[in-house]
Ligand binder design. Structure first.
Ligand SMILES: Nc1nc2c(c(=O)[nH]1)N[C@@H](CN(C=O)c1ccc(C(=O)N[C@@H](CCC(=O)O)C(=O)O)cc1)CN2
Length: 285
């Protein structure tokens, strides 16, 4: 009878930089019977900065829990590491918040259905009912949770209930500001797709601002959500050329393609455990 396939693990490490980190992590993995498949790293300075490392490894014992506990005591504590150990074969469960714009949501659902994104969309929540049929066609639960200034606390309590247990929340052109209490209640990272090349044109209507400014590029930014609007750590960005002949509607149309590709790359990189926070920025390995 053939041996069960090895577990493939991912080890993410962030710590104060010093000599000996790579040797200690590699020796630990080797002593644990793991075979390193890939290793990427970044130091923020020649000496004394912050060190980031992403290591993928094959683990014949398949005991990721045991490896995680041993790494904590044998290595992480000594180097003052923040770290995670995840199973590469376990798809992330994501919840999506959306309003009326469908292009980013449908792109995520389509890529997931095609197997391009290794995620499980657990639920789509919208403050409008419009997208229920489209979401239903993908066999994904859709919940309409209306949001008004008066009902926002109750609405966010319901959203938190529906998002319990997800690994990631994606704001796919969700046009409501998420409160600090919802961020705290959910506890999982949130990624927003902002429809401009931040830091330009924050707020709700960036394409109108872009047209009025006469820009020659429009873009999109995927960033982690913080309480402060559009100020969270940037994960991915891109742009497309535009000119004076394009109306605001043209900018919106041209920008939508960029939004979709930027969001899908950001969600993929996050779910592949490639993104680490460095203050209000990110390191993507
Ligand atoms: N806490 C955060 N919430 C949200 C963020 C964020 O970065 N932090 N990004 C926005 C998305 N967004 C732009 O990409 C955006 C959406 C909505 C508005 C806005 O002003 N909307 C309403 C007000 C709604 C409310 O008060 O809840 C309005 O148009 O008046 C600005 C930017 C998603 N949420």
């Amino acid at each position: 009878m053939s041996r069960p396939a090895d577990t493939v693990g991912r080890l993410l490490v962030r710590c104060p930089d010093r000599f000996g980190i790579v040797a200690a992590v590699s020796s630990f993995l080797s002593a644990s019977g793991a075979n390193i498949l890939s290793l990427d790293q970044h130091a923020t300075a020649t000496y004394g900065g912050t060190y980031f490392q992403r290591t993928e490894f094959a683990l014949p014992s398949r005991d990721l829990d045991g490896l995680r506990a041993a790494f904590a005591s044998d290595v992480a504590r000594h180097f003052g590491m923040d770290f995670t150990v995840t199973d590469a074969a376990a798809p992330k469960r994501i919840g999506v918040l959306v309003s009326k714009s469908d292009h980013c949501l449908l792109d995520l659902l389509w890529r997931t259905q095609r197997g391009e994104l290794d995620v499980e969309v657990a639920v789509v929540i919208s403050n409008h009912p419009d997208l229920a049929p489209a979401v239903g066609s993908f066999g994904v639960p859709f919940v309409h949770v209306p949001v008004t200034p008066e009902t926002k606390p109750e609405a966010e309590a319901r959203q938190a209930e529906l998002l319990a247990g997800v690994d990631l929340v994606v704001l796919a052109r969700y046009m409501q500001i998420v409160s600090g209490s919802l961020l705290a209640a959910v506890g999982s990272p949130m990624i927003n797709i902002h429809h401009s090349f931040l830091p330009a044109f924050v707020g709700a209507v960036p394409y109108r601002q872009a047209k009025e400014r006469g820009v020659k590029l429009v873009g999109a930014t995927a960033h982690y959500v913080t309480e402060e609007l559009d100020q969270g750590p940037i994960i991915e960005q891109d742009v497309v050329r535009v000119n004076h002949r394009h109306s605001a509607a043209d900018l919106t149309r041209l920008g939508a393609d960029v939004e979709r590709s930027v969001l899908s790359r950001a969600v993929r990189w996050h779910c592949e455990d490639r993104v680490m926070r460095d203050g209000n920025t990110t390191v993507v390995l």
